[in-house]
Design a protein around this ligand. Structure first.
Ligand SMILES: [Zn+2]
Ligand SMILES: [Zn+2]
Length: 111
């Protein structure tokens, strides 16, 4: 069984042809829409916006492992364990974003 514990192992996986092919399959299955946004009745699709700083197209959609790659290496290329998420939802899932200021939200919603 392959292991994807170290950054190096993960990098190799995400660079692999198999992953790139599977990733595209998943996005196509999900109609290039964020599935988490969809569950909330929103539509978030890929954009073709170009990031000057990164010198490439801005990443809008990622393909996420529902059961994490690290814990379930056997599901690495299992299409049922993959879903398309937008960068925002993906960050939230992994707890990488600060919660928006509650007061600000209250204020914004009073339009
Ligand atoms: Zn989303
Ligand atoms: Zn993820």
């Amino acid at each position: 069984m392959k292991q994807y514990k170290t950054p190096e192992q993960k990098r190799k996986f995400y660079d692999s042809k198999e992953w790139k092919r599977t990733r595209e399959e998943v996005k196509e299955r999900d109609n290039y829409e964020c599935q988490e946004c969809k569950r909330q009745g929103l539509v978030t699709i890929d954009t073709n916006e170009y990031s000057e700083r990164a010198k490439r197209k801005k990443i809008q959609l990622v393909v996420d492992h529902i059961k994490e790659l690290e814990d379930h290496p056997e599901l690495a290329l299992e299409i049922d364990n993959l879903e398309t998420l937008c960068v925002m939802c993906h960050n939230i899932k992994h707890g990488r974003v600060f919660k928006p200021n509650i007061n600000k939200w209250d204020h914004d919603e009073r339009w």
